[in-house]
Design a protein around this ligand. Sequence first.
Ligand code: PHE
Length: 452
Amino acid sequence: MERIKQHAIWGHKGTFVLAATGSAVGLGNIWKFPYITGENGGGAFVLMYLVFIALIGVPVMIAEVVLGRHGRANPVDSVRKMAQQSRVSPHWSLIGALGVLTAFLILSFYSVVAGWALDYMSTAVQGGFSGWNGESASAAFDALLADPARLMLWQTVFIGLTVLVVAFGVTRGLETAVRVLMPLLFLLLLLLLGYAAVAGEFAQGLHFMFDFNVSDLSWQGASIALGHAFFTLSLAMGAIMAYGSYMPGKASIGKMVLTVAVLDTLVALVAGLAMFPIVFATPGISPGDGPGLMFVSLPVAFGNMPGGVIFGVAFFVLVTLAAWSSTISLLEPCVAYITERFGLKRYTANGLIAGSAWLLGIGSVLSFNHWADFTGLFGMNVFGFLDFVTQRVMLPLGGLAMALFVGWVARRELLRHELRQESEGQFELWLTLLKYLCPPALLLILIGGFWA
Ligand code: PHE
């Protein structure tokens, strides 16, 4: 009870869904999903992504929430508690530690990209997109990346914002923010979708995202799709486990997880459907343009549509907020772990972790300019390497370990108790997927992605 009181932030049942959705919906959905879809052939990639979300992401997410709610502690101690009560080695808690480390690494480069959104917000406020076309938009984006001081400024502001919330505790601020903002973000995306349908090449966008060519399937695409399924659901990073640990005992884990997964997927699909028609209608940009896709295509739309200043500001404000509710959930498990494990004060731990993430983030900042030619990390620069190592290695590995631990090692009665709201059939289906489908699929893709 102690710990629940101490962390008691979820006022009511629905808050887990909101907070977990706030964590899940972020740059991954709006910035990353469209551009990796563009780079990996469209429809085939989208299909793999959807299958991975449903058959691997959801079962692993349920497992993670089960661990969190059962343990009622930071990720490391939650896993340890389950291990001890299942009478196996406490070293399984390494799963939690791997998650916390992954969260830290992601925080470092995620804040840099979130900084881009802040920069675009300030441009939007000044009406700066007016009259942009494909070429000028690309040039503006390149100019931002070429300017380390400007990148660092916004990276610093963004980390500061995250530290602020985590320092004050994730209480009312986040809960209210997420409650108001998530629906608003969705509304705005629908509006952009409307614009894309009218002014863009909507049919072409639709075909690109949903036409399925068997020849487009590849190991590399599968590995990226799976890594992204984990990333976008905030899995294997302790974030969902930490949020799950605040969930009331009465709530049905299965229902809540499904809601989060559906919302997260919808936001990603709508973001893609809003962006690709504009991309196809704009000379000078194409789906495979990489990380700049959102920052190039949408400003062109905002710069040429009526009321574009307002929509532009609103959009980048909301992207920033979506990213913010995600970084909070990245920093929180790190802070919880460091304070509970090493007895550091919350402020000290917060400053220490955020400061280190900021420092490491500078490596990502420089990857786009001064260090662009440095590819000493297995052929990648710092940003590329961190992106690869976290999403293609650490996330599948963490997921694999979690599926093995919960599916094969943890005591069945403990799991059934956490999932007592679910029917016997639902429980069996979940456990079967977790035991027999998730581990081999994760292993195959982990290895296949390396050799592809
Ligand atoms: N899910 C977030 C996104 O899609 C990223 C994230 C990962 C946030 C892990 C928190 C924890 O943008």
